[in-house]
Design a protein around this ligand. Structure first.
Ligand code: AMP
Ligand code: MG
Length: 435
């Protein structure tokens, strides 16, 4: 059933457009992948700790494992010398004992003659002897192969990393919905997981209608321009966690659009993305196809600048994002609408990326009446007492300009009800990509 929301001339706040879109986007199923392939994927299950990490008490230093009690009162004037009873390397099994009784039970190399008041040479990460309670770094001692001399007392527990000090059973160090980067993969590895459940990467077809478009590397005839949007979107999709499938440049016709949509859907994509053909021009066929084939189909006039015309529909059960063709409008629309939709497909939390505060460093005027999405380069502001981020530079804001977008890293949201911002004002921004 085709259900069309013809929204007439009413401008709709971008938040409402986004909520409408998000209602029609579902989370993709999870899949299990080898840990090394899980980088940049979104975790589909909580990582649960089942054992103590680290699994055993171990040394934080290369030094000597001792009983703190044996070093009581040690000072440069009254040094304490202990026998070195063994050497414990990272990878040796726990169980070494400083005290005599247990010595024969373990197969570690024993040096010198057992006696009361002993130490063991120990390496970082090696298991602490059962009866030691401190480690003294070797650079604070004088030592030979058989003896070690201390000139200061030791505190019980010093330089010992306790079993479970990092993670304990029942804890969730990395939660469902987290994007996995190096440190999160390290947690999974430390927990012993060789495979991990992640959301399927959304496969997104990029289709480029426009008689004027040619690929880079091809000669551009009179009246032709390069298809830059396909590259912008391929990059942004990757950064958003999707797998872009760059499709064809096609003529401006409903026939060509339908053919490419069908081809992509038969190929199993999870979403369709077009740029251009959504305004009210004579060759703007994307909105016509969405009106006729979408179930539902929406043609929005979003109360934002740039990016007023927006088309969204569900085609063959998959979301179709019909972004405006102007390069800046396309990229900004992607950030505002498509990125949250991808995050929802991935189960990434929060679905809408959080805004952050940016301080203006000079006055800025803009056309009001619609939310103005200002592309700007922002930078950390250590000079301001409140910290945060400040505007570094603002390039040309024409919706066809690419250069200022390439120089920008943020999109600052300026209210529709005004037409200017004063130096010192703080407004919310999204990252296009982090500083
Ligand atoms: P349209 O909505 O199709 O009229 O496109 C609006 C503007 O965006 C026109 O100047 C188009 O040439 C331009 N445009 C459309 N698609 C692309 C694209 N893939 N790459 C670069 N510019 C484009
Ligand atoms: Mg066009």
């Amino acid at each position: 059933m085709t259900r069309l929301r013809e929204l007439g001339h009413d401008l709709i706040p971008l938040e409402e457009v986004r909520e409408t879109i998000l209602r029609h986007v579902d989370r993709l199923p999870a899949e299990e992948v080898p840990l090394l392939e899980a980088w940049d994927r979104v975790l589909a299950e909580d990582l649960a700790v089942k054992e103590l990490i680290p699994p055993f008490d171990n040394s934080a230093m290369d030094g000597y494992a001792v009983r703190a009690g044996d070093l009581e009162g040690a000072s440069p004037e009254r040094p304490v010398t202990l026998r070195v009873r063994g050497r414990i390397q990272a990878g040796d099994p726990p169980g070494f004992q400083l005290s005599e009784a247990q010595l024969p039970q373990i197969g570690l190399p024993q040096i010198g003659h057992p006696q009361i008041g002993a130490a063991a040479r120990i390496m970082t990460g090696a298991p602490i002897p059962q009866d030691a309670d401190a480690v003294v770094p070797h650079e604070l001692t004088r030592f030979t192969d058989t003896e070690v001399t201390f000139t200061a007392a030791a505190a019980s527990g010093q330089n010992i990393r306790r079993a479970g000090g990092d993670m304990k059973p029942g804890e969730v160090p990395v939660g469902k919905g987290t994007r996995l980067r190096g440190p999160q993969l390290a947690v999974a590895a430390a927990l012993g997981l060789a495979r991990i459940k992640v959301s399927r990467r959304p496969r997104v077809a990029i289709i480029s209608p426009g008689k004027e478009l040619v690929w880079p590397g091809e000669p551009a005839g009179p009246g032709q321009i390069r298809n830059s949007n396909a590259y912008a979107l391929a990059g942004l999709l990757r950064e958003g966690g999707a797998a872009p499938e760059v499709g064809r440049i096609i003529e401006d016709s409903t026939h060509a659009l339908r053919r490419e949509f069908r081809r992509a859907l038969e190929g199993g994509v999870d979403a369709l993305l077009t740029t251009g053909g959504v305004s009210a021009g004579d060759y703007d066929f994307v909105q016509q196809v969405v009106r006729e084939d979408g179930s539902p189909g929406y043609v929005f006039k979003a109360a934002m600048r740039p990016g007023k015309p927006q088309v969204f529909g569900v085609l063959g059960g998959k979301p179709l994002f019909g972004l405006p063709g102007n390069p800046a409008s396309a990229i900004i629309s992607f950030t505002v609408f498509v990125l949250p939709a991808l995050r929802k497909m991935l189960g990434e939390e929060p679905v809408v990326p959080p805004v952050f505060p940016v301080r203006f460093t000079s006055d800025f005027s803009y056309r009001g009446g619609r939310t103005f999405l200002l592309r700007a380069a922002v930078e950390p502001d250590f000079e301001h007492p409140g910290g945060g981020f400040r505007v570094r530079s603002i390039g040309g804001q024409d919706s066809s300009f690419l250069s200022s977008l390439a120089a920008a890293n943020a999109l600052i949201q300026l209210p529709a009800g005004r037409d200017g911002v004063k130096a010192g004002e703080i407004l919310p921004a999204w990252w296009i990509h982090p500083a």
